[in-house]
Design a binder for this molecule. Structure first.
Ligand SMILES: [Ca+2]
Ligand SMILES: [Ca+2]
Ligand SMILES: [Ca+2]
Length: 353
C-alpha cells in the first residue's frame, strides 16, 4: 500500500514537474518580413538568440546519453505570422557524417511532431492499445489530430519529408514548403541549412485538405511541438541503424504520443512599431450604426477617429451612428504617443443605406 501511494505521489510530482517546464517561444514575424523559403538563413537574423533551441536541449532518450556536438550540433528556430496558420522553421546543423545515400528511411532525419490545438492524444497507432499498429485502421488514425514529419536532411532524390500517417497531401504546397542548402557529399561532414513551413491540423484525414481542419494560430496561444534528430552515420548500419536519437522531449514515445510534446507559445512581436490599424462591423445596416474596433500595435496613448462625415471621436473603440446613408465615407484613425504618430484610413469601405 505504501509503495502504491509513493508510486502515485512520484507520478503526480513527475507530472507537475513536466507541466511546470517553461514553454519555448515561437517568434512572430511581421507580415512584411515573412521568411523566404530559399535555404538562405539571412531573413532569420532578426530573430533573437533567446528563440534558438540548441543541442544542449536534446538528450538521447534511448541510450540515456548527452549530445556530443562533435558528431552532431543543431539549432532550431520556430516562427509564425499573425493571420497565417503556418509554423516556419530554420534548421541549422553540423554533422560529421551526412547520411543520405539510400532511397528509404535510412537518412539523417529531423523528426517534427506538432499538435496545433495542444489536445494531446495519439499521433500514431503505437500508443492506442485498441488499434493494431500495422493495420489499415491504424493507418487511417495516424497523423489525423496531431502530425509527425520525418524530414530528410538532406533530401536527395526523394520527397523532402515523410508524414507518418494517411495525409501525404500535407507535404504539398501550400500546406508546406521547404528549401535546403548544403555542399557536402554523402558520408562527408559539413553544415546544413533547411527552411520550411508546415501547417498544423486539428483534423487531417486521408480524404484530403477539403475535409481537413487547420489549427488556428493566435497570439499568446500554446501549441504542442517537439522534435527528435535521428543521426544516421553509416549506411552499412542498415534499417533503423541510427547512431543517436536526440530528443527535445524526455520521453522516447513522443514520436507517437502528443501528451509528451513540449509546449511552445506563439509570441507577440518584439519591439512592436506604432502602427494604426482597425476593423469595423455593421450589425444592422438600416440603423446606420457602425461598430469600430481599434487593432493598432505599439505603445498607443491616444486615438483620434475621423468618421468622414465631419465628426470625430477620441475613444479607443467608438460606436458611431451616421446621420445619413452614404457609399463614400473615408474613415481614418490616428494613433500616437509622446514620440510618434501613425494614421490608417479605409476608403469607401464603410457603406450605409
Ligand atoms: Ca530564407
Ligand atoms: Ca490535436
Ligand atoms: Ca549523420
Amino acid at each position: 500500500m505504501r509503495f502504491l501511494i509513493l508510486g502515485l505521489l512520484a507520478g503526480l510530482l513527475t507530472e507537475t514537474f513536466a507541466g511546470a517546464e517553461p514553454p519555448f517561444k515561437v517568434y512572430q514575424f511581421d507580415r512584411d518580413q515573412i521568411p523566404r523559403i530559399d535555404g538562405d538563413a539571412a531573413d532569420w537574423t532578426m530573430v533573437p538568440e533567446s528563440y534558438a533551441i540548441g543541442s544542449n536541449e536534446l538528450k538521447d532518450t534511448l541510450r540515456g546519453t548527452e549530445n556530443d556536438p562533435k558528431t552532431l550540433d543543431v539549432s532550431v528556430k520556430v516562427g509564425w505570422v499573425k493571420g497565417l496558420n503556418r509554423l516556419y522553421f530554420l534548421y541549422e546543423a553540423y554533422d560529421d557524417y551526412w547520411d543520405f545515400g539510400m532511397p528509404g528511411m535510412h537518412n539523417d532525419i529531423l523528426e517534427v511532431m506538432v499538435d496545433g490545438d495542444a489536445s494531446g492524444g495519439p499521433i500514431t497507432a503505437a500508443v492506442d492499445p485498441k488499434v493494431k499498429f500495422r493495420s489499415w485502421e491504424g493507418h487511417l488514425m495516424q497523423g489525423v489530430q496531431a502530425q509527425n514529419y520525418h524530414i530528410f536532411t538532406p533530401s536527395v532524390e526523394k520527397n523532402w519529408a515523410m508524414v507518418w500517417g494517411c495525409q501525404p497531401w500535407a507535404l504539398e504546397f501550400p500546406w508546406s514548403n521547404a528549401a535546403q542548402h548544403f555542399n557536402f557529399k554523402h558520408g562527408e561532414p559539413g553544415r546544413y541549412t533547411l527552411e520550411f513551413w508546415i501547417t498544423p491540423f486539428d483534423h487531417a484525414p486521408m480524404e484530403g485538405p477539403k475535409k481537413a481542419r487547420v489549427s488556428q494560430l493566435t497570439e499568446g496561444r500554446e501549441i504542442g511541438l517537439s522534435w527528435v534528430v535521428l543521426d544516421y552515420d553509416d549506411e552499412k548500419a542498415g534499417k533503423n541503424g541510427y547512431r543517436s536519437f536526440n530528443n527535445l522531449s524526455d520521453q522516447t514515445i513522443v514520436h507517437s504520443d502528443a501528451d509528451q510534446l513540449r509546449r511552445f507559445t506563439l509570441m507577440p512581436q518584439e519591439d512592436e512599431a506604432l502602427r494604426a490599424q482597425w476593423s469595423f462591423s455593421i450589425p444592422d445596416p438600416a440603423s446606420r450604426r457602425v461598430v469600430f474596433k481599434d487593432e493598432s500595435t505599439g505603445e498607443v496613448e491616444h486615438w483620434l477617429w475621423d468618421f468622414g462625415d465631419g465628426t470625430t471621436s477620441t475613444n479607443q473603440h467608438p460606436v458611431h451612428v451616421y446621420a445619413e446613408g452614404g457609399l463614400r465615407y473615408v474613415v481614418s484613425l490616428r494613433v500616437g504617443n509622446a514620440s510618434a504618430s501613425n494614421r490608417f484610413s479605409r476608403v469607401w469601405e464603410v457603406c450605409l443605406p
